[in-house]
Ligand binder design. Sequence first.
Ligand SMILES: NC(=O)C[C@H](N)C(=O)O
Length: 582
Amino acid sequence: MARAAGPERRLLAIYTGGTIGMRSERGVLVPGKGLAAVLRTLPMFHDGAHAQARGLPEDTLVLPPACPDQRVVYTVLECQPLFDSSDMTITEWVQIAQTIERHYGQYHGFVVIHGTDTMAFAASVLSFMLENLQKTVILTGAQVPIHALWNDGRENLLGALLLAGQYVIPEVCLFFQKQLFRGNRVTKVDTRRFAAFCSPNLPPLATVGADVTINRELVRRVRGQGRLVVNSSMERDVGLLRLYPGIPATLVRVFLQPPLKGVVMETFGSGNGPTKPDLLRELRVAAERGLIIVNCTHCLQGAVTSDYGTGTALAGAGTISGSDMTSEAALAKLSYVLGLPGLSLDGRKELLARDLRGEMTPPAADALRPSLRGSTLGRGVAQLLSLSQEADDVREALAPSLACAAAHAGDLEALQALAELGGDLSLEDFGGQTPLHSAARGGQAGVVAMLLQRGLDVNARDKDGLSPLLLAVRGRHQGVIGLLRAAGACLSPQELEDSGTELCRLASRADCEGLRAWWQAGADLRQPGYDGCSALHVAEAAGNLEVAALLQSLQGGPGDQALGPYPGLHSSSSGSAAWCLT
Ligand SMILES: NC(=O)C[C@H](N)C(=O)O
């Protein structure tokens, strides 16, 4: 974390709605359009003379100077429609994350103007969706509209803009009433007071008074150079169940039914609950069915412990500890972890037990990562994870090779752990291979799907010029070839030209599987070899009728049957028309 350098700091302010811009209509507050126009009239939010002298575009606002040699310049993107945050869901938060992703290169930081009612949920969800964040993202809003005479909106928004403009705090934060909190640690605690939020288990990252005080030791460090990844495939079938004295087991049973995949259970005190056998049985049955139940305390402060028999009984029924997470953070984390492709149930539970974005105080190291201890590779990753922050250089040097090894072995858990560590899964190992090459060579379809979803270059070449597709063809990994082709992989002109000789060799060996793999990758089976003969010539000359028949049936043209969107890869963009930024 550092004070940001440079004479001009550009910010994007994404206005989603909330009280800050609301107007009264027929006696009730509703979202109001035109926040940028209001800000333009307020001297604390816009220095018109400077904007004119600089020739800044019409839609760009500039703050008066906070320090002599730096200006914070910002653009307000107004969402359409605007929301009372009570109406917001993961769909809208995914769109905010994607907006940040689209504009990530153009701006130094981001402010999200949001209603306060669900701001703690929004901040938690965004913190998990935005992986490898290297820029400041601050959510803010108000209890009273900004155009009212006495309001908190001006101070909150100005503070958020100044902090995001002047400091690099690479986290999703929430700024309210002079305090900058880690977004996934907050909860709304007051319906009217300006101090609407608190962060019960983590002190503020910064406080603003006459001076700005940054709690440097609390701010998360950027790990690795990985590019921003937006995890938009969040699981929506998650729920929140608050226990109360005497809650009937039948009610719990109904709540835990499919399609629910994960539930945050708010319990008493330090994670305790009723130990009635019928209730424990319902929990056990659901957990055995694969439902993940995270135990969070309904107390504002403190953590789930194993101090009481009534708490360990819940653990015995298959619930997992949410430590000191807020329910908002636990729900968001559950949605994130369940949305990750290809992980085993144990792998998901392990991620839930681990501190991923600073959302929990890390549990004791020996309680962590049981499944990572299962293999040599997993042990290596577990050791890397436990290295102190000073060992970042070592970690960065080893991560690409470990990622390739994990991809080749199909070890999704180890890969996910590396990604969580800030490891850039698109980095090459010493041979120039990315984990996608290794997974393709190893025929690991699950890993290939996961890496493609993270946007790895499908046509990357290693130091020998080999692509993942060619490696999958050589290994005859049909599932992988299909995934790569659907994501846009194609053989290069040189590979297509060289394929003729290889096809002839396969035909001479009657290797039907190999021929099919080339066809599936888009090769033209009529391509002649070095001597001008095609694979069909070779098969006929050898009298191999089965191979000849196969070639005749396939050689109508390259195998394009796999082309078309790979389900899941592009799904996140669907529905964006329903909510867009103007
Ligand atoms: N203070 C606020 O912003 C409350 C409003 N109902 C909202 O969440 O949008």
